[in-house]
Design a protein around this ligand. Structure first.
Ligand code: DP6
Length: 361
């Protein structure tokens, strides 16, 4: 089984001059949720997500060789075309955590030009896609320095580095389905990086749709990082972690055989359990809004009436992800237009679907 040490790189002395790596990484939507962690981004339970296709971070990583390595990684951050100081501490922290594994980074000055394809204030977490894109970019630089490294090792290492930036980011390197966290039924699964489970996913899921209703677009009152911490000493934590293992086993079977009823049951249960954990932690908090519940009620009524296998999931926020087969797209979009848009801020939603992960541009 892979250990963190297996990802340590040599301090390649090669001067690779200067250049640019253009890449992108998508966001992902968890079906079985990661909620709770121990030191250095080790998840308390395994999770699984669909990689998204359109909601992504695009990054141009300019690098310039420095004759003398700097004591801490030297970089500038240019977000949406402007120098950005506010996001720098998070990137600095990321570099501090990853520099043992990519020591060559101290031999470069980086200019990180980055933007998201979704609006910053949409309430869509950009940490998964932004950390995914940055980690993937660094790994492309390592590949230049050591062309012998295999594609599969490099993807694993990109996921490993992304995890150190933000846990869920490790599920944004590959697609369409990624498991992160040790699980008895997923061979090679690891707490250190995401893996594609060795199963043939049923065709109905291969182009599954995710329409994201933007219910609340402001800053969240409690961040995910704070929420994870509140699982320490949470009265239901151990049962929740055990439940995640069980739901993941069942979900993988449903994904393989195309069992939509079971998929819906587990996905919605996971979303509500995530929010139940928030509501029962100390201090307790609620991230759903009244509109979130109105949408859920409407989805349930629509499903009962039409038998269309539409279901929802939630992240750590008020927005609602609507998941459904592509074959039902027209019916679902009509339903969203006529009945759900009134619950969205400025009638806004994002139309996304399952995708294949990070790539070079
Ligand atoms: C509710 O990955 O954002 O979206 O590791 O602290 O950066 P950090 O947390 P983050 O947590 C995501 C939690 C979630 C569920 C999930 O994506 O599995």
């Amino acid at each position: 089984m892979k250990q963190s040490q297996d990802f340590m790189a040599a301090d390649y002395p090669t001067n690779d001059g200067s250049g640019v790596i253009n890449c992108e990484a998508p966001s992902n939507i968890a079906l079985v949720k990661y909620w709770g962690k121990t030191a250095v981004q080790i998840p308390a339970n395994p999770s699984v997500s669909f990689t998204l296709n359109h909601s992504k971070t695009v990054t141009a990583l300019y690098y310039k060789y420095l004759e003398n390595a700097s004591p801490e990684v030297s970089f500038d951050l240019i977000f949406e075309g402007k120098f950005n100081e506010a996001f720098k501490p998070k990137i600095r922290k990321f570099f501090e955590l990853v520099e043992t594994y990519v020591p060559f980074v101290k031999h470069y000055h980086f200019e990180i030009h980055t933007h998201n394809t979704f609006p910053h204030s949409s309430g869509i977490a950009s940490s998964a896609s932004s950390m995914g894109a940055l980690a993937f970019g660094l790994i492309q630089l390592e590949k230049k320095l050591n062309p012998e490294l295999s594609e599969s090792f490099l993807n694993q290492k990109a996921s490993f580095l992304a995890r150190l930036g933000s846990g869920s980011a490790c599920r944004s390197i590959e697609g369409p389905l990624v498991v992160w966290g040790k699980h008895a039924q997923v061979k090679e699964s690891s707490d250190l990086f995401g893996v594609k489970p060795a199963l043939e996913i049923h065709p109905v899921f291969s182009d599954y749709q995710d329409t994201i209703l933007l219910i609340d677009i402001g800053e969240k009152s409690v961040s995910s990082s704070q929420g994870h911490q509140l699982m320490h000493g949470h009265p239901f934590a151990q049962n929740r972690f055990a439940q995640a293992h069980d739901q993941l086993s069942k979900l993988l079977i449903a994904l393989e055989i195309g069992d939509l009823d079971q998929f819906i049951k587990i996905t919605e249960s996971e979303a509500l359990t995530l929010h139940a954990m928030m509501m029962t932690s100390q201090p307790y908090f609620i991230l759903m809004k009244p509109e979130t519940l109105r949408v859920i009620e409407k989805v349930w009524a629509f499903r009962k009436e039409t038998a269309v296998p539409l279901c929802f999931t939630l992240d750590a926020g008020a927005n609602v992800h609507l998941l459904y087969p592509k074959a039902n797209k027209k019916t679902v979009l009509d339903f969203i237009q006529s009945e759900l848009l009134i619950f969205c801020k400025n009638n806004a939603f994002i139309d996304d679907e399952v995708g294949s992960g990070a790539k070079l541009l």
